[in-house]
Design a protein around this ligand. Structure first.
Ligand SMILES: O=C(CO)COP(=O)(O)O
Length: 222
């Protein structure tokens, strides 16, 4: 199995802006270093550059548009995200959905820019479909559990198992993450036991009183 990957999406929570993003990055860097685990952050765009400069950890954009460099205004271009210091990007998060055609274009552009790619999906069928694009990771997140505090690992283990199966039947090499309501080491362990390569989470860390303590718990059963 690949090294487990814990990717923390800071979304647009104020608790994940600026100095707060840096504090979470500092904890993530330390805990990843002490354990055999990758921990990455997906901050807001304005925090990509500072995190990349000051910390040694994967930094993901939360979205890129299916738009190439040139005469476009107000778009997020994969090459620009890479130039700002991002090492990867989420594509098609449930809170930033794209059409299937745009998922394919955004993914192709992210790859061409040299970004690691995580395509987010909402069910088994879209997970299987996304596997045809050969991203580095597919992250299955049932939308109804996102931000609910109810863990996908407990509430819907079947969707995880069936998504892993669907993805692997299309492309053996594509790794799978799961997310929605993940907040403890137990959730992470269950996700790994169900065949995934890690988790994508947000509120459990970002909104915690002590994000470092949550991070330590997340890696405690790997
Ligand atoms: O959307 C998510 C991560 O991208 C999951 O969010 P929560 O961890 O807050 O449920």
């Amino acid at each position: 199995m690949a090294t487990p990957f814990i990717l923390i999406n800071l979304k647009t929570y104020t608790e994940g802006f600026g100095h707060n993003a840096q504090k979470i990055a500092q904890s993530a860097e330390r805990i990843a270093h002490e354990n055999d685990v990758r921990i990455g952050l997906a901050p807001g765009y304005m925090d990509i550059h500072p995190l990349n400069v000051h910390y040694s950890l994967p930094v993901f954009a939360q979205h890129v548009d299916a738009v190439s460099p040139g005469a476009h205004t107000g778009h997020i271009v994969a090459e620009a995200v890479k130039a700002a210091g991002a090492t990867g990007t989420l594509i098609n998060h449930s809170e930033r959905r794209l059409t299937l055609a745009d998922v394919e274009s955004a993914h192709t552009m992210a790859r061409a820019a040299g970004l690691e790619t995580v395509i987010c999906t909402n069910n088994v069928a879209t997970s299987g479909a996304a596997a045809f694009f050969s991203p580095d990771y597919i992250a299955i997140e049932p939308p109804e559990l996102i931000g609910s505090g109810v863990s996908v690992s407990k509430a819907d283990p079947e969707i995880i198992e069936r998504s892993v199966e669907a993805v692997r039947s299309v492309r053996e090499t594509v790794k799978v993450l799961t997310g929605a309501g993940i907040s403890t080491g137990e959730c992470v362990k269950t996700a790994l036991d169900l065949g995934t390569d890690g988790v994508l989470l947000a509120s459990g860390v970002v909104k915690a009183k002590d994000p470092e303590a949550v991070l330590r718990d997340l890696v405690s059963k790997i």
